[in-house]
Ligand binder design. Structure first.
Ligand code: UDP
Length: 311
């Protein structure tokens, strides 16, 4: 198996590189490093089954030789990143997906799109099944990501139906673990680094909004199973264990063994009030469900950030 992973130097992409190398694939990792980082793949450099190509996938993608799979994971993925990189976010979801699908068609490769729970927007149905069409504000600050991913799903289905490309779509819910960027602004790295520095935890709004957090190893297992399956329509992969952001802050303080000090900051525009994946389909079609308990995953993530902060 020869597999291209776009965004391979990012948080999820680099874990997928590791997993596929473990499964015996030859992996080509492509990244323009605007949010990805070479540190995430440093341990793979020199491996004869691994190759890194520095490239922006919104431009024509050239890969020599045969390809069996393309995993399209390139995109800024945190709310702060897509506020700072709105045009790049729209381009990689649209033009980048077009280039990656064109390559899949030319190479007769299987194509897997990294989509997102953001396609459900600020959901009016809870938990969210794949059949829910979502509640997205196209012109809000998150619209650049949400609409790019919705377009990417539409384009993927069109290449599947019209060109017969063998496609998969995973809708990824909040995921955490080692290799998240300390400064990506997402709640997991934010609270963990604040806890490690004994700073108050920045809760946006009153903290009553909910999220459901999946450990990265579970997510990678779900994606690998989806790749091996025959499912062409979207599948949610995430952990249904839901909590409010305030509860999340309290949990982080407890695990860090520090008093829970909170400072409230304004709630960002269009911040979804609730989010929890309905994983019935993943259970039925992939025989998958998350295995890593919250405490265990968070403890491993703490260890990673501690090291990163030189503690
Ligand atoms: N959040 C927070 N404090 C932070 C960062 C985020 O309270 O320092 C909140 C954010 O408003 C959202 C939730 O935590 O309700 C998850 O945010 P994140 O940026 O991790 O991703 P999202 O799920 O919104 O895409």
């Amino acid at each position: 198996m020869r597999t291209l992973i776009t965004g391979g130097a990012g948080f999820l992409g680099s874990h997928l590189c590791d997993r596929l190398i473990q499964e015996g694939h030859q992996v080509i990792c492509m990244d323009n490093l605007i949010t990805g980082n070479m540190d995430n793949i440093a341990h793979l450099i020199g491996n004869k089954n691994f190759k890194f190509i520095h490239h922006d996938v919104t431009e024509y993608i050239y890969v020599e030789g045969a390809l069996d799979n393309i995993l399209h994971f390139a995109s800024p993925a945190s709310p702060i990143d897509y506020l700072e990189l709105p045009i790049q976010t729209l381009k990689v979801g649209s033009l980048g997906t077009h280039k990656a699908l064109g390559l899949a068609k030319a190479k007769k490769a299987k194509f897997l799109l990294a989509s997102t729970s953001e396609v459900y927007g600020d959901p009016l149905i809870h938990p969210q099944p794949e059949t829910y069409y979502g509640n997205v504000n196209p012109i809000g600050p998150r619209g650049v990501y949400d609409e790019a991913k919705r377009f990417a799903e539409a384009l993927t289905m069109a290449y599947h139906r019209y060109h017969g490309v063998d496609t998969r779509i995973v809708r990824i819910f909040n995921t955490y673990g080692p290799r998240m960027r300390l400064d990506d602004g997402r709640v997991v790295p934010a609270f963990i680094s604040q806890a490690l520095r004994h700073e108050p935890l920045t809760v946006f709004g009153d903290g009553s909004q909910t999220r459901s957090f999946c450990y990265v190893d579970d997510l990678v297992e779900g994606i690998y199973r989806l790749l091996l399956s025959n499912e062409h329509e979207p599948v949610n992969i995430g952990n249904p264990h839901e909590m409010t952001i305030r509860e999340f802050a309290e949990n982080i303080a407890r695990i860090a063994d520090i008093p829970c000090r909170i400072v409230h900051k304004p709630l960002p525009q269009d911040d979804p009030k609730v989010r929890q994946p309905d994983i019935t389909k993943a259970r039925e079609v992939l025989g998958w469900e998350p295995k890593v308990a919250f405490e265990e995953g968070i403890t491993k993530t703490f260890a990673y950030f501690k090291k990163k902060l030189g503690m």
